[in-house]
Design a binder for this molecule. Structure first.
Ligand SMILES: Cc1cc2nc3c(=O)[nH]c(=O)nc-3n(C[C@H](O)[C@H](O)[C@H](O)COP(=O)(O)OP(=O)(O)OC[C@H]3O[C@@H](n4cnc5c(N)ncnc54)[C@H](O)[C@@H]3O)c2cc1C
Length: 385
């Protein structure tokens, strides 16, 4: 019996499980292979929807489905929090005592957000990286009547690199509609030397920031927030005063990965081979999605393109052959819609060798994102696109 254990029931873990169930169906039915997922909550959450809660067009309950309902019947589901991986014993320990053995291990436990890592962040700064925080931001925007808005990134890396720019563009459009734009100064703080990590996207976004009158501050890595003076200070020594502060919180990998010796501190990102997705040269441990240290967008779409590669590698190992075909290696494929505001969007599509060439923003790409959001639970986790 080959036991395949997948940790994490988010985009990457669920899709990997369902594709494995399809590819190894006969072996599973004959009892030669077992595919199991461990997830802390048993609920699958569509996180890109959080941004739309903040923008007023989405509700939290629409963004969550039971993990069991998304998994193929051939996949077992254990609901519990992973405490530790014992590589010597090839066993995963769950908080509360259960121990699950594995032959092939897939690490898809995503990223943690740590607003509390910056003093005064939880009380002073808004964000949209949980449903609750996004709703709180919506209420703050509803109450906003003018002043200085600062939107920025606490530190790198973080989930969905375009998200803070998208939020800046969407809020700017909303303020114009509400007649508040003349009463509002908008500032965008980027932690690197340009508006976006990828140069071609930065070249697209910078003139849009200028056109919309949003002032760009580069090399701004948040160090402290002073609630008395209402200023946010950067490691580089700049200060920005705010009336409404919106910051992407600091991110890390999961603590148990560091405790188990799989990921180095302090970041906790898994050292992942960019082509095979194997972790630290191990022959039977794979990572995908936000948990990796790959220099790529932490995006659902990254996990979406990585999953078939992990599946092909494990199927090949089970069948005693080398990985083959178009999913033999991961080529760094990512595809993300990017909201520009005023009902327009663009598309970032790239891989390791081809940077994105974003098309001129139009209504089609905005609609593409909306349709994708509405159909997500029927398509991506089930491996239908
Ligand atoms: C506001 C926002 C907007 C976004 N917009 C986009 C977008 O437009 N396009 C895009 O492609 N991506 C977007 N993303 C990013 C996308 O949601 C993530 O990249 C994606 O969810 C990563 O998938 P994953 O499987 O790696 O991790 P996740 O989907 O986060 O799943 C991780 C799973 O692991 C489980 N887990 C964690 N620790 C443990 C443990 N110890 N034991 C057991 N289970 C555990 C969790 O419960 C969770 O179910 C956005 C994210 C946010 C927050």
């Amino acid at each position: 019996m080959d036991r395949i254990l997948i940790l994490g029931g988010g985009v990457g873990g669920t899709l990997t499980a369902n594709l494995l169930a399809r590819k190894l169906r006969r072996r599973i039915d004959r009892g030669e292979v077992e595919v199991a997922v461990v997830d802390a909550t048993g609920a699958h959450v569509y996180q890109p929807g959080f941004m739309y809660i903040a923008m007023g067009g989405e509700r939290a309950e629409k963004l969550e489905k039971r993990e069991r309902a998304l998994l193929d019947d051939r996949v077992r589901l254990f609901i519990g929090t992973v405490d530790r991986v014992d590589e010597a014993a090839k066993t995963v320990h769950i908080v509360g005592g259960a121990a699950l053995p594995y032959d092939h291990l897939v690490l898809a436990t995503g990223a943690r957000i740590l607003p509390e890592a910056i003093e005064h962040f939880p009380t002073e700064a808004h964000h949209f990286y949980t449903a609750d925080a996004a709703l709180k931001l919506r209420k703050a925007l509803d109450a906003f009547t003018g002043g200085r808005i600062v939107i920025g990134i606490a530190s790198m890396p973080y989930k969905c690199p375009p998200a803070p720019l998208e939020v800046a563009f969407l809020i700017e459009a909303e303020l114009r509609e509400r007649g508040l734009r003349d009463k509002t100064e908008m500032h965008y703080a980027s932690s690197i030397g340009r508006a976006f990590t990828i140069e071609s996207v930065s070249e697209m976004a910078t003139p849009i920031l200028e056109e919309k009158g949003i002032e760009l501050h580069t090399f701004f890595n948040v160090e402290t927030i002073d609630p008395e003076r209402k200023v946010v200070q950067s490691l580089e020594g700049e200060e920005l005063a705010y009336d409404l502060l919106i910051l992407v919180p600091p991110h890390k990998g999961q603590q148990f990965l560091m405790d188990s010796g799989l990921a180095p501190a302090p970041g906790g990102w898994l050292p992942t081979d960019r082509f095979t997705l194997r972790v630290g040269g191990r022959p039977n441990v794979y990572a995908l999605g936000d948990a990796t240290d790959l220099p790529l967008s932490k995006a659902g779409s990254t996990a979406h393109f990585e999953a078939p590669v992990v599946v092909e590698a494990i199927a090949a190992a089970v069948e005693g052959r080398a990985p083959s075909g178009k999913h033999a290696t991961y080529e760094g494929n990512v595809m993300c819609f990017f909201e520009i505001g005023d009902g327009k969007g663009t598309l970032l599509r790239f891989d390791y060798d081809h940077p994105p060439v974003p098309p001129k923003p139009n209504a089609l790409w905005h609609l593409g994102k909306i349709v994708f959001n509405k159909t997500y639970f029927h398509t991506v986790p089930k491996g239908r696109v």
